[in-house]
Design a protein around this ligand. Structure first.
Ligand code: C5P
Length: 398
């Protein structure tokens, strides 16, 4: 298990709202990533969840009271916020947003927020009418203008039975926002184009040729590039994965569709990362109607070679910096180096299929003009972050 938030100190503020129960899961996710989480609750939060829950999950005493006698200098509001890299308030009630927008310091959490010298993010959660109320609109606009990160809210079914905007983002989405916050913006202002997943080459309207690529490595890279500050377009073959936050996704099926989508965007890209497992061949004589078994004999399937999308982009004049993948089952170095030559790309990322296909972990070896750089085995998200750092260095982006 890799800890992407090792050594990061997060104050998690919890205010009064039914979404407070989800903050328990958020603490677990943050702690699992290595963050030190200090929980501070408002009195209202205590009507929904208990301090004991959060003390157990965070491994630290929870603070609720400005006059808490546990702080030797009686300055919990200063001490707790000074130790933080980030204050995240989730859920943030309408009342709390109003108080922060007006600089009130009428309880411990509001005082810590006013006294902070680190960034503040809030995850609003409230009834949709409260969210849409002009007073809340004004307060949120003020907070945004003051540089506060506003995370969500999402739309959907609410605890009160109504449907609309005001649901707190899910704990996993809040974790992503925290991870993005702590990621150095090495690719700020860069346009990154990626391909990911398999392609599907039709045999007839219901059948086709495809492969076992899960798309996970490509999606992890799209997410890491986005969190590093890039504008990211992800051209994706058919996969069962959620689009990473802030990434523009273009869905395609066949290699030819993928090529068209890539070529339409390649001119504007600074970096192109080809992770897709593109089918080498497509069916030349794909049937318009479903092939029937009783026609006699085995259907003749004629294959033609697909275009090499990566080589095509690498050949563009003033094209993007190109990165290719070499998924091999043996002779990784020889095949990867040959691919680098053949496709004329500055960086090839090699991985042995048995190490990574379909799973969450992987083992990568980078081949570039400076030599061979093996990365220690890790989760795809950690490897993606390291690869983005390597690309940023090679392109002089940082
Ligand atoms: O030639 P091979 O498929 O082994 O090369 C793999 C690399 O080339 C990957 O980066 C893959 O995304 C890319 N590729 C491509 N178009 C193809 C075949 C591979 O972009 N038709």
């Amino acid at each position: 298990m890799t800890m992407e938030l090792n050594g990061k100190r997060v104050v998690l503020g919890i205010t009064g709202g039914i979404a407070a129960y989800k903050a328990a899961e958020l603490v677990r996710l943050l702690v699992r990533q290595g963050a030190e989480v200090q929980v501070a609750m408002t009195e209202g939060a205590g009507h929904f969840v208990t301090a004991t829950t959060f003390q157990a999950l965070s491994g630290r005493p929870v603070f609720t009271d400005q006059w808490d006698a546990r702080m030797p200098n009686a300055m919990a509001h200063i001490d707790l916020s000074r130790q933080a890299d980030l204050i995240l308030v989730a859920p943030a009630s309408a009342d709390f947003l109003a108080r922060v927008a007006h600089g009130l310091a009428d309880d411990l959490l509001a005082t810590m927020v006013l006294a902070r010298d680190c960034p503040l993010m809030v995850a609003p959660a409230m009834n949709r009418q409260m969210w849409e109320n002009p007073a809340t609109r004004r307060n949120v606009a003020q907070l945004a203008a003051d540089g506060v990160g506003i995370l969500g809210p999402a739309s959907g079914e609410q605890a009160c039975g109504e449907i609309g905007a005001g649901r707190m983002l899910e704990p996993e989405e809040l974790l992503e926002a925290v991870l993005a916050f702590f990621t150095p913006k090495l690719l700020a202002g860069k346009n990154v184009l990626l391909t990911a997943g398999p392609t599907f080459e039709a045999v007839d309207p219901v059948r086709g040729i495809t492969n076992l690529s899960s798309g996970r490595m490509g999606y992890a890279l799209a997410r890491a590039a986005q969190q590093a500050g890039a504008e990211v377009t992800l051209v994706s073959g058919p996969v069962a994965l959620a689009t990473p936050a802030g990434v523009t996704r273009v869905d395609v099926r066949s290699a030819l569709d993928m090529q068209a989508a890539v070529m339409a965007k390649a001119g504007a890209a600074d970096i192109f990362i080809a992770v897709a497992a593109v089918a080498d061949y497509r069916v030349a004589n794909a049937a318009e109607h479903k092939l029937k078994k009783d026609l006699g004999g085995v259907p003749p399937i004629e294959l033609v070679e697909n275009p090499d999308i990566l080589a095509g982009v690498a050949a563009l004049e003033n094209g993007p910096f190109c990165v290719g993948f070499a998924a091999e089952s043996q002779n990784l170095e020889a095949y990867a180096q040959a691919k680098r030559q053949k496709k004329q790309v500055p960086l090839i990322v090699g991985n042995l299929i048995q190490d990574g296909f379909g799973g969450d972990d992987n083992r990568l070896v980078l081949f570039d003009d400076n030599g061979v750089h093996p990365l220690p085995p890790a989760s795809k998200s950690v490897l993606a972050r390291q690869l983005i750092e390597h690309i940023a260095t090679l392109t002089g982006a940082n």
